[in-house]
Design a protein around this ligand. Structure first.
Ligand code: F6R
Length: 609
């Protein structure tokens, strides 16, 4: 969960690395550093804290070279400090690393016994020493890295520079992401595409077990056992400005407002309203699989898990297949049962979440057919799966997921409709009605977003609440969970999501006049029941903030405060009811002055277990 970046070219490298790190800061933000070739030496500047600290340090110590590597850290081994920040230097080599070296204890003992002294508490420094030891007279950096990696077990994306080879960077990958950017007379590498975009949109994804030498004009890729790899560059369609704030105060706010566009992009080319169907070629699945399966299992973590809960609802309702949702972080530690008649749908915006990846691997080993729903092209989870259905949200930089969540919902509803059509449980007329409702969602989202001032007023009213309960039924339940997660992760208020019907089984004990209760209560099939739960809250003097349908007087009469959303079909309600909850969390966090885009202790991609 760190970000790495490297550059070989003719520009002054320090600003290039800093800009790249800014675009990767979402991956980790407790310390950062760069290593640059300058006049036959490797100079290193590191700083604890956020990237601004590194920027100040670089202002105080400008560097002129045009080859270098950089890193932004999310601490795993060793506390966040300048000493533990990357790059780590050992003799002639400097290393940046994203991942975890699993056999670090054993390797450190061996190195210490042979006289090596360590200057940090990191597992990465071990790799630096192993490479430096192998990089003897006549052994190239590439060969030394290869040799060192034979001893290393674990996950890594590495970028390495050597004082003795001033015109190149060597990179290697196992389980952590790494992508090469092919520029014009310059070559880059990074943990994620946004860092490359100011320079190029031509990218080459490195595979696990591969190593590459980057010079200004060439990326020489080989497998770790020395076989050359020929891989053409792909052009990504993300624009450089997609990873900028464009006048918004935070990335998260920008991304909330981008949702109508993101939904349109995710729908584009996938819907046929004439035939009432989803376009086959766009789904990453074979019709035969749809007919053969007798179960759908969703695997995901966090926000993506909340999307899975909606997916389950849709798959059961529209395709009439038994469906289950699994927290991927739990699945891998059970002895889960998967069969060849399972369709596993792995949902991950980053495509890198280790728990989800490992659960997918297990499912695949048991013969299940796996489809990834993902926002990042060619990332680890799509690669581990049989097919991929990409959401087209564009880069999501804010750590709290918003537009990736809503585009996951779109993808899952498309999938459920497609399954229903293939399994003859959904006729074309009903499918066309659902698809039409989906196509109209961007408009309904825009209307909801225009009402941001009402949400801001609610945020001002409730910003000091230390606890908040979120309730919902049916498709409103995952939305309640997601609303609570958004609030807790960025505002640090304690928030809990509950199925409204569960309240009387325990949480009702929490209700008193100081407990704000957000109730997702649009006019859907569950409305009457949810209304009864609201009455129960009111009877105990709880404060109700209702997410209601436009014009619903009955709902408005029971809630102290309401935020209304346009009247859309029941099946697509989550796509609008989530919007005021995202905004509520955002405005409360902003009013409290927390770090909205980079909340404490979190990172955007979770590549640790
Ligand atoms: C919350 C959030 C996380 C992620 C979770 C899974 O806003 O973003 O809960 O949803 O870490 O990440 P992905 O979807 O990348 O697998």
């Amino acid at each position: 969960m760190c970000g790495i970046v490297g550059y070989v070219g003719s520009s002054r490298v320090a600003p290039v690395l800093l800009e790249g790190l800014r675009r990767l800061e979402y991956r980790g933000y407790d310390s950062a550093g760069v290593a640059v070739h300058v006049d036959g030496k490797i100079e290193i500047v590191r700083a604890a804290g956020k990237l601004d600290q590194l920027e100040h340090a670089l202002e105080a110590r400008p560097m002129n070279g045009s080859v270098g590597i950089g890193h932004t850290r999310w601490a795993t081994h060793g506390r966040p400090s300048e000493q533990n920040a990357h790059p780590l230097l050992a003799g002639d080599v400097a290393v940046v690393h994203n991942g975890i070296i699993e056999n670090h204890v054993e390797l450190k003992r061996q190195l210490t016994n042979s006289g090596v002294e360590f200057s940090s508490d990191t597992d990465t420094e071990i790799v630096a020493h192993l490479i430096n030891r192998a990089h003897t007279e006549g052994v190239s950096l590439m060969a030394a890295v290869r040799q060192a990696l034979t001893q290393v077990r674990g996950a890594y994306a590495l970028a390495i520079v050597s004082r003795r080879e001033p015109d190149c960077i060597v990179i290697a990958k196992q389980s952590s992401p790494l992508v090469i950017g092919v520029g014009d007379g310059e070559m880059l590498c990074a943990s994620d595409i946004p860092a490359l975009l100011p320079h190029t949109r031509r990218v080459i994804f490195l595979d696990d077990g591969e190593i590459a030498q980057l010079t200004a004009t060439e990326a020489r890729i080989e497998t770790l056992d020395g076989k050359p790899v020929e891989r053409a560059a792909k052009t990504v369609d993300w624009s450089p400005v997609a990873a900028e704030k464009s006048g918004f105060k935070h990335f998260m706010l920008k991304e909330i407002f981008e949702q109508p566009r993101a939904v349109e992009d995710t729908l584009r080319g996938r819907v046929s309203l004439e035939t009432g169907d989803v376009v086959d070629s766009e789904l990453g699945l074979d019709g035969e699989v749809a007919r053969q399966i007798d179960r759908v299992v969703f695997l995901a973590c966090g926000t993506s898990y909340h999307a899975a809960l909606c997916g389950r609802y849709w798959v059961e309702q529209l395709a009439k297949v038994p469906a289950h949702t699994e927290l991927a972080s739990e699945t891998r530690y059970r002895d889960p049962v998967f069969t060849s008649r399972d369709l596993v749908i792995a949902i991950s915006q980053s495509g890198e979440t280790l728990d989800t990846w490992a659960a997918v691997k297990t499912a695949k080993e048991h013969g299940a057919h796996v489809l990834a729903v993902c926002n990042v092209l060619d990332s680890a989870i799509p690669r581990m799966s049989h097919g991929a259905l990409y959401t087209h949200a564009g880069p999501e930089i804010g750590v709290a997921s918003t537009k990736c969540f809503t585009t996951q919902l779109v993808a899952l509803l498309l999938l459920a409709i497609w399954l229903g059509r293939r399994r003859d449980t959904l006729n074309s007329h009903r499918a066309a009605t659902l698809l039409q409702a989906l196509v109209e969602i961007p408009h309904a989202m825009r209307i909801t977003l225009e009402r941001k001032d009402a949400v801001h007023a609610a945020a001002r009213r409730w910003m000091h609440a230390e606890h908040m309960l979120f309730l919902g039924r049916g498709l409103g339940y995952p939305i309640a969970l997601e609303g609570a997660l958004k609030l807790k992760e960025i505002s640090y208020a304690h928030a809990e999501g509950y199925a409204a019907g569960e309240m009387k089984h325990g949480p009702i004990a929490l209700i008193d006049e100081n407990m704000p209760v957000v109730v997702v209560m649009p006019r859907d099939a569950h409305f009457e029941k949810t209304l009864s739960n609201v009455q129960e809250v009111r009877a105990r003097e709880g404060q109700v903030i209702g997410i209601i349908s436009d014009g619903d007087q009955e709902a408005a009469a029971v809630a102290q405060m309401t935020l209304s959303v346009p009247n859309v079909a029941d099946a697509v309600l989550p796509l609008v009811t989530i919007v005021p909850l995202q905004l509520l969390a955002y405005y409360i966090a902003d009013l409290k002055g927390t770090d909205v885009d980079q909340p404490r202790n979190l990172a955007k991609t979770v590549t640790v277990e």
